[in-house]
Design a protein. Sequence first.
Length: 1033
Amino acid sequence: MPAQVIKIIGARQHNLKNLSVEIPREKLVVITGLSGSGKSSLAFDTLYAEGQRRYVESLSAYARQFLDKMEKPDVDFIEGLSPAIAIEQRSAGANPRSTIATTTEIYDYLRVLFSAVGQPHDPATGKTLVRQTPQQIVDQVLAYPAETKIVVLAPIVENERGEFRDVIEKLRREGFVRARIDGEIIELGRPEPIRLKKTELHTIEAVVDRLIIRDGVRVRLADSVDTALKWGGNRVVVLRQQPIIVGQARRLPAVESASDALALQSEWELQRYSTDYGNADSGFTLGELTPKHFSFNSHLGACPACHGLGTQLVVDPELMISEPEKSIAEGVITPWRRGPKRMQAYYKKLQGALVKHFRIDEEAPFAELPENFKSALYFGTGETPIEMKFGSNGEKIARPFEGLVPQMQRLYDETESEFTRNRIRSFMTREPCKVCRGARLRPEILAVTISAVIPRKNASPARTDGSRGSELKRPAPGSLSPSRTGVSVRDDQLRELNIHQFTELTVDEAGQFISQIGLSAQQRQIASEVVREIESRLQFLLEVGLGYLTLDRESGTLSGGEAQRIRLATQIGSGLAGVLYVLDEPSIGLHQRDNIRLLGTLNRLRDLGNSVIVVEHDEETIRAADHIIDLGPGAGPRGGEIVAQGKLDEILSAKNSVTADYLSGRARIAVPRQRVAPRSINHQPLIVPKRSEGGSTINPLPEGWLTIIGASENNLKNVNASFPLGCFICVTGVSGSGKSTLVDDILRRALFRHFYNAKEKPGAFRGLHGVDQIDKAIVIDQSAIGRTPRSNPITYSGAFTPIRELFAQLPSARVRGYDAGRFSFNVKGGRCENCEGGGLIKIEMHFLPDVYVECEVCHGRRYNRETLEITYKGKNIADVLDLTVDEAARFFRNVPSVSDKLNAMLDVGLGYLRLGQAATTLSGGEAQRVKLATELAKKATGRTFYILDEPTSGLHFADIENLLRVLMKLRDAGNTLVVIEHNLEVIKCADWLIDLGPEGGERGGKIIGAGPPGKIAETAGSYTGQFLRSLLQ
């Protein structure tokens, strides 16, 4: 009988203090506690690491070299472990080919479905393609009227240039007597050679047979059709004789040679047949479809222009003008300031010629120059010549100017220099491919559809921009739109979607469509299993609260919480039992309304017979757990102990548990007594300002607001969003309601373009007003503060520079001539050269985990012996790096340039971090708080615009209280904070809320309400308001 508990004895990983605990198996167990108390050390670095390590060690040495290798945790004994799977809170990779559909394997099943039962169409006309068996072709030909004369042809060459001597000679050698060349039937054995013009288009068809439809010809016709299909690449052409109507003259498609003439008193009708999918009218054929044809990673299906990426690098005119407020004379055209002196001299003459031709003031700011000049500068002068002077004698040359954009694009395509390519790339952005328009696939593949009958109540609403939820309309010839065609919703609507259009649907919409897919009995027999797999995966995504995401969403754009829940849905779909699942805050990014679905998913995973261990701070998840382990009592060195464990009732009665204090109501985050009101609360801007004919502004936007006008990216419904400056603002709403689109895709990118000339293009919006009232925009996210172990909190905060300068000013250092660089572990001189200042040496063990051993020269101290002889208050530079922030703040309390930065880190609850702790070991929440502390320590201008995305990730109730104090300090200095947040404790403390919804996806994208929390709590239709109401009472 398997053990009923996972027994851990003597866990000492990181800050765990010889911890021993028994964790019940096949239960939902929540590990909680203050940030830095040791939760991840217990769950991931001990339980998961040992479970994974034991499983990997059970495999052969050959197999182990291909798998991730886990270090053995510092623990005396663990029993009752199962194979472990970690589902961490981290963003997916940035591979542009990775989407939700590919990650969940839904796209793989879609490729099978479309190749098996998809209906192909002619990409030029939209006409349905049909294919026939040889028997069906014979039956159709025999259905012609009796005594009809026919000619069976095998198409060899179709509309191609060339002389084709080898083709004609091969037909002659293979025994063909005649061929139809460019509409004329010619004897192949005639004495004079057949000459075709190399530069003209030609069509060559081999004459396989000539016969008359009558009884007894079936066998002969079947043989002839088989031969024609073999030589014609599964295609056959039949010329059918028809009587001429008296008085009507029409051009014959073929004229027999005189030696064996057919009756000239008749005309011939051409009929095309194919065992491949084909259009008899146009001659278009499509070969056998396989799943590879629907893959944008295969040459068979990928768009040849963008190679399946859906985007192309194109020159962006705005990136070539770095500072529009500067003039041309000041060098505002960035590409013309670079390159060899000879080229710069040429560009200067060209610039002068353009200025003279358009008669502009080269001293005027570029932003004020006429649009015709800007257009000519960017895209060229067309046929209009520009006169330039060259040489010492001033020789004049007049020729059209190519334009910056075509010039840069041409150079990028033609150059073989990687240096030049990288330089031009700085002026380029990614835009949808002009050929496939972002659909990634070839036109003929995008013309393959499946259909479903959608009842009106399930049909997606029509969109004016023709985006998601579309039906394939029959286009005019040559105009097939591969995606985002229009839709007209009506009762029981038949909708046809290609594979790209299907992935444009949200998970919710895709589930509705696939459940109504129209299949014949034969098709259902072929595809029923595939459809079932797609339906189940879509259902799992719905259960974890991701119904608002579109299947074509790139994995790299997902938040850590969304990526984690996708992996969670995939694991549920696997149906594994007896596994140890370790999850890191799965509730991150979920609105309170969606939490109940997530809890149902976790319980379902448990009910399959798995042990589910969750590191979590969400109150609802903690209360729903079967077993709770509370770590503490503090963080870092003051944590690593079990403060309380057991069922919820046992936790609530614990006396030394901070978690219990908040859960029981003994401690709570207070609602602010006073909020900062907008400067012009009665004049909140709601409409775009209009201008009168005289140029004066009507309805001016008031001071104190930053306003986005007409935001319509993704699912936003042309919203106007106003942010009161100098306030703490929360942007709220259910998952997928458009918060990140509004704040990150539009607001943040627009501000970064304005202040830093960033390459990223903002999403669709009409205007941004009030940006002149702020100095800069800063994003404080959860990305790592460094990519290598050499980066650490003290170097990022800037406090290490004054510390090094302090050591350099010590008498013992000055006597030896040491400067501040001597005390850097990244520079030769003071560091240990054996480990190059790392303190550890990496040893590769191939199929075993890489081993990091302490440097035998410096013993992990990073510096050489001479440097370590310099001490301040009895501590050398290595001792200082080993201090915690708390200890260092007391140690340097008399050095303001250091203590100010360290005290800011204390304010955000990072007193437990060691100054030299590698940045790679910090959680996302810790990295974000290091950035916050760095901003807090700077001298405030009072005009900074801060953007934060879910700063409460990884934070305990008590840590959230500390975070709020820091945010209020930044606000009280006159700065503006915009926070995307779901945590109600933060939301209730905001000065101003902008609530989006009412639902996610296409049913969201509207502003439900804007104002103080009390106003949102009373707003009808606001889910945020519903949950907020009880907290404000």
